[in-house]
Design a protein around this ligand. Structure first.
Ligand SMILES: Nc1ncnc2c1ncn2[C@@H]1O[C@H](COP(=O)(O)OP(=O)(O)OP(=O)(O)O)[C@@H](O)[C@H]1O
Ligand SMILES: [Mg+2]
Length: 352
């Protein structure tokens, strides 16, 4: 009898500020963390989801792969931002094959781009509550030119993209795997990135409502920079909690919490909107992900403003973490950064 070498899976999340890579080993019912690393991109490498400096990304990926000694080439990656459109639409009741055949015609009414310029995907959510002869379909469109720009840099960096997903669904995939035992019926996943905050409300594990807010953690740095007349680097350090000479912690703490109020308020408004549109449905839990979730005091602030129990998501919750290889304290500290990449690494095994 021959033993098969366990498969490893790679997830690559190219954010506008940080590139994250996760390697998992398929080790029975639970996966084992093999590798996790991230690297910071120079600012303006990616602007509004558009790659401005391909070389910076190629070099960053190459260095990360080399430093982590990753041998595998095939990866799953994802896109987010303006080039991704996610919409819940109503369609007459029909089977999946019929949706497949008609989705391009249908999508033309809902997508602001030429339908030939996008890749489409869909998921039938179930019978609609609004009309009894209709069903809800989640429509996902991603601009082809943006996908090909990302694929090009990944290939130039020596990797082979096998699957291209959307950030918010990768995070959902990570949640599904790690929180199988969760008892809440309705939860909100909030990915606070550098430039974008993705909000995904799940009901019974199915995506019910999606929204992107085009503000993220970078805006806090920019506000500190402006208000305290600092350079970007120093303002960023201050946001990460590194003391800066001549500045009092209480004052800067107040500036940081004022600056974060803008997107926390948007998160609260989005959830309120969901509550009014899906009458009777109440979000029971908010999970924060992304680098922005590491901001000091953010969990309490979100909880206070929304009045909903809030915690930082743990993408490693149901993974095996070999203690000989990882410093557990460090892994827990950087966990919020890994959400999308873990979901991507798990993705390849879970494609239906
Ligand atoms: N300890 C911390 N406190 C506050 N903010 C932090 C901390 N660590 C990282 N960040 C912020 O998190 C952001 C990076 O997070 P993340 O990797 O989730 O974003 P991204 O995926 O690159 O961005 P986007 O999804 O918007 O393209 C940076 O703006 C960084 O300043
Ligand atoms: Mg991100």
């Amino acid at each position: 009898m021959f033993f098969q070498k366990p498969k490893t899976l790679l997830g690559l999340n190219i954010g506008s500020s940080y590139i994250k890579i996760v390697e998992l080993k398929n080790s029975g019912p639970r996966y084992t963390l093999q590798n996790f690393g991230y690297t910071i991109l120079p600012s303006d490498t990616i602007v509004d989801g558009t790659i401005m400096d391909s070389m910076a990304i190629i070099n960053a990926i190459k260095n990360l792969v080399e430093n982590l000694k990753i041998k595998k080439k095939q990866i799953c990656t994802s896109i987010s931002g303006h080039s991704v459109i996610i919409k819940k639409i109503l369609m007459p009741l029909m089977d999946e094959d019929t949706v497949e055949n008609t989705i391009y015609d249908e999508a033309a009414h809902h997508i602001p781009y030429d339908i030939f310029d996008v890749n489409l995907d869909f998921q039938i959510l179930g019978p609609s509550l609004e009309a009894n002869d209709k069903m809800d379909v989640l429509l996902v469109a991603v601009k082809k030119d943006v996908i090909s720009d990302y694929l090009e840099v990944i290939e130039e960096a020596g990797l082979q993209p096998a699957v291209v997903d959307v950030d918010t669904f990768a995070l959902e995939n990570m949640y599904e795997y790690n929180y199988e035992d969760a008892t809440e019926e309705i939860v909100t996943l909030v990915d606070i990135g550098s430039n974008i905050t993705n909000i995904n409300i799940l009901k019974d594990g199915i995506s019910n409502f999606n929204r992107d807010i085009t503000i993220g953690s970078r805006q806090i740095t920019e506000q500190l920079q402006k208000q305290l007349n600092l350079n970007y680097q120093t303002a960023e350090q201050l946001k990460l909690g590194v003391p800066v000479e001549g500045l009092k912690a209480e004052e800067t703490g107040k500036l940081i919490s004022d600056a974060s109020f803008a997107y926390i308020n948007e998160i609260a408004k989005t959830i309120d909107f969901y509550h009014t549109s899906a009458s009777g449905s109440q979000v029971e839990k908010i999970y924060l992900a992304g680098g922005g979730a590491k901001l000091s005091g953010i969990v309490n602030a979100v909880q206070e403003i929304t009045n909903i129990s809030t915690e930082i998501i743990n993408p490693f919750r149901d993974l095996i973490i070999p203690e000989a290889k990882f410093d557990l304290e460090y892994i827990q500290d950087i966990a919020p950064l890994a959400g999308v990449a873990v979901g991507l690494a798990l993705r390849k095994d879970r494609i239906k």
